[in-house]
Design a protein around this ligand. Structure first.
Ligand SMILES: CC(C)(COP(=O)(O)OP(=O)(O)OC[C@H]1O[C@@H](n2cnc3c(N)ncnc32)[C@H](O)[C@@H]1OP(=O)(O)O)[C@@H](O)C(=O)NCCC(=O)NCCS
Length: 224
């Protein structure tokens, strides 16, 4: 090592370990102050980081979005249960949903193939222009990195986009309770990304519910 030069090619990183390295080596080897030995940055950094999923972008790229199958029904039931926010329907209903309404639903899997989120949706029987998003949830550990937004984009593109030229779907509908800031933000961000608006009105007043359930507001998003 004593006869090697340390030349640090700084690629815009100010890694503390790096600064320490140079300070330490300069201290121990006054000669290095002016002509240090050669070491590559990337080999330093890579030893500590897992190359495969090292950033939200990489994590995002590794997510997959599929049409759910009945074998996904149990995972969707668990995601709904663990959300602690959604009304939990029977496990049977999620299996049935994955059989009969899979084409208007999405299951998201993270890089390890594990179910990370879902959307259950259906086209209104009497209003085929409207795709209703009934439930959406993302595993708590996977939140805040755009997964729900991408599930919604994926579903809208699949059901109402170029992939479905004959599709009559021209709007997304969902209902949200007034206290659910995350979901309100999710659908507002979706509308913003598509250059459209969100029309809101109470659909089910709380007096309609037999069990103290809060009022549900309809959020209607025309798709241009
Ligand atoms: C709602 C939910 C699906 C969002 O999932 P997510 O993957 O974290 O959402 P995203 O990362 O795609 O964020 C979508 C938007 O919502 C915003 N958002 C997400 N969580 C938020 C929160 N807790 N409070 C405020 N805004 C929030 C994000 O900033 C983003 O907006 P932006 O694009 O303007 O930045 C998730 O919080 C969840 O599963 N909640 C429990 C179930 C539930 O409430 N479902 C909706 C019932 S109507």
């Amino acid at each position: 090592m004593s006869d090697q030069k340390l030349v640090v090619a700084v690629t815009g990183t100010t890694l503390p370990c790096f600064r320490r390295l140079t300070q330490f080596s300069a201290l121990r080897n006054p000669a290095w102050r002016c002509n240090p030995p050669i070491l590559s940055v990337s080999s330093l950094c890579m030893t500590s980081a897992r190359p495969e999923i090292t950033s939200p972008e990489a994590a995002s790229d590794a997510d997959s979005f599929d049409v759910p199958g009945v074998e996904d029904g149990a995972a969707i039931w668990r995601l709904a249960r663990d959300s602690k926010t959604l009304d939990l329907n029977s496990s049977y209903s999620y299996l049935l949903w994955c059989r009969d309404f899979a084409r208007t639903s999405v299951i998201a899997r993270s890089a390890d193939g594990e179910p990370a989120g879902f959307i259950t949706g259906y086209v209104r029987p009497d209003e085929p222009r409207a795709l209703v998003v009934w439930q959406v949830a993302v595993d708590a550990a996977q939140r805040g990195r755009g997964l729900a937004g991408r599930m919604l984009d994926h579903l809208a593109d699949r059901v109402a986009g170029d992939a479905e030229p004959g599709s009559p779907v021209r709007e997304i509908e969902t209902t949200i309770t007034a206290d659910n800031a995350a979901s309100i933000a999710l659908f507002s961000a979706f509308a913003r990304r598509r250059g459209t608006s969100v029309e809101r009105r109470v659909l089910f007043d709380d007096a309609l519910f037999p069990d103290g359930h809060p009022a549900e507001e309809l959020h209607r998003i025309p798709l241009h």
